[in-house]
Write a protein that binds this ligand. Structure first.
Ligand SMILES: CC(C)(COP(=O)(O)OP(=O)(O)OC[C@H]1O[C@@H](n2cnc3c(N)ncnc32)[C@H](O)[C@@H]1OP(=O)(O)O)[C@@H](O)C(=O)NCCC(=O)NCCS
Length: 280
């Protein structure tokens, strides 16, 4: 394999092609958005005869780098995975701490063989729709997002709720605006929970396929957590997904986020996939 220099469209076509064939997207959402490069991101493609067979994305988080790769089915075997891992490791600046995200079975086997150990697991959970209607706690209003007007408050709730979450907690107003534009988020796709008209939680959904929607982000201000807002927001998000024609809903969460995982289980979600972060 040799290093290729595809443009953003060719990279997107490669990744979308894998996503439509595979059980999971080729890259996680954060890496997918910067798959053609970006601030603090290193990317490379490799292949043969000008055709991309593997793509690597290395994102910087503070002083640490996180690496993900997407490979064509022709390389999803131990020998291919070993080759791609070696190439991708070459993208990490020398001497820097790094981790590798992996969900393909052959890739995980190769990492474990090479002495990598799992340090974090995110799981995908799904449930069929419709779900029961939301019961809104007293004093709380569930309403659609007011584009622009709610943005500062949504970012503040997100920052407080995800204070321990390095990627999600750092979302800025500009990034919210950009992501909602990219995803075509309509006001009703982002349900806001408000007390005295002030946003204190939100559930942001998006269609993934015509039959399936995703809870992209859900957050409740820690100051009002544990009062049933989370449960009501999940159900309101599910109702929105169903209204847009979704027969299934999915979401991703950290496996050790017991509160969220417990809530989703009690609301009928079951795990169907996982992505694991490895460190050396
Ligand atoms: C997950 C989150 C949205 C829940 O919001 P919330 O308003 O606190 O949720 P609720 O009050 O509806 O409680 C949800 C469930 O958690 C349970 N719960 C409450 N506190 C808990 C705790 N400390 N540990 C475990 N479970 C807890 C409640 O009993 C409730 O269960 P039930 O609905 O079966 O009665 C909120 O905690 C949050 O924003 N967390 C940070 C962001 C996050 O992790 N988002 C999800 C990532 S995918």
């Amino acid at each position: 394999m040799e290093r290729l220099t595809p443009d953003a469209t060719e990279i997107a076509e490669f990744l979308d092609g894998l996503a439509s064939e595979g059980e999971l997207p080729a890259l996680s959402g954060h890496k997918r958005r910067s798959a053609a490069g970006g601030d603090g991101v290193i990317v490379a493609s490799w292949g043969r005869d000008g055709r991309i067979e593997a793509h690597g994305v290395v994102a910087r988080h503070g002083d640490r780098y996180a690496l993900e790769t997407a490979v064509a089915p022709s390389l999803a075997h131990p020998e291919g995975e070993r080759q791609v891992l070696d190439l991708a490791l070459g993208l990490v600046p020398e001497g820097s701490p790094f981790t590798v995200w992996a969900w393909r079975p052959a890739q995980r086997a190769v990492l474990e063989e090479a002495g990598f150990v799992p340090i974090r697991t995110v799981v995908r959970m799904r449930r069929p729709l419709p779900a029961p209607p939301a019961q809104v706690p007293a004093g709380v209003d569930l309403r659609p997002w007011r584009r622009g007007l709610d943005d500062e408050a949504i970012v503040a709730v997100n920052r407080a709720a995800f204070a321990d979450h390095r990627e999600q907690g750092a979302m800025t107003v500009d990034e919210l605006v950009e992501a909602t534009r990219e995803m075509g988020t309509e006001p009703s796709d982002l349900v806001v929970a408000a007390i005295d008209d002030e946003p204190v939680g939100f559930c942001w959904t998006r269609p993934v396929t015509p039959q399936e929607g995703e809870i992209h982000v859900i957050a409740v201000d820690p100051a009002v957590a544990g009062r049933g807002l989370g449960r009501a927001l999940v159900l309101a998000g599910l109702e929105r997904i169903h209204r847009r024609g979704g027969r299934w809903a999915r979401l991703w969460t950290d496996a050790d986020n017991e509160r969220a995982v417990g809530l989703y289980r009690r609301l009928g979600f079951t795990q169907d996939a996982e992505n694991v972060e490895y460190a050396h």
